[in-house]
Design a protein around this ligand. Sequence first.
Ligand SMILES: C[S@@+](CC[C@H](N)C(=O)[O-])C[C@H]1O[C@@H](n2cnc3c(N)ncnc32)[C@H](O)[C@@H]1O
Length: 189
Amino acid sequence: MESDRVKWNQRYGGKDYMFSFTPSKFLARSVERVCALVAGRRALDIACGEGRNAIFLAQHGFQVSAIDISELGVERGRARAEQVGVSVDFIVADLEDYRLQGVYDLIVDFNFLLRPMIPEMVASLASGGVILMETILSDPGLEGEHCKDYLLQSGELERLFSWFAGDILLLEEDLSHGTPVARVLFRKA
Ligand SMILES: C[S@@+](CC[C@H](N)C(=O)[O-])C[C@H]1O[C@@H](n2cnc3c(N)ncnc32)[C@H](O)[C@@H]1O
């Protein structure tokens, strides 16, 4: 949506990076497990922002494509990838209109929720491929302003993924560390 592009370009237009270049903690602690589970190294980062997770995966030997609506976020990702000497195929696109291309061994989705896209993500996985997803959970303790459409409800990740042939290998709702989040590791059959 155009308004998202404008909003995120404003956020990424400041002089400092919005997110640090530390990857998601969930991704960092899962990468070895994922590497043992998947047969190949093709990865896709959904709504990659400034690329912290895409770059981390490239540093771990994945061939990464990364999509975001914000050209300023992607520009920063490209600059950072070049700086650290890895290659990531960054794509500027609105995921609300974009059809995923290619087949992936790993799809990561951090801090972005587009429910209608989840079946397409699963369809784009190779057999045995994995989705790692973590995003904000609606909770009375949640601070700051959040659009409620973009918040997960308790139990929702399980409902969303239990439709698909495969296994939910990890499912957590974490209310104990700052922002409440839910996370899943799903492996396609
Ligand atoms: C909270 S940030 C998360 C960035 C990244 N996943 C991370 O964890 O560092 C959400 C991202 O979603 C992107 N985004 C929002 N709406 C989008 C859309 N319709 N299509 C593609 N990207 C979108 C924003 O530009 C922003 O980079």
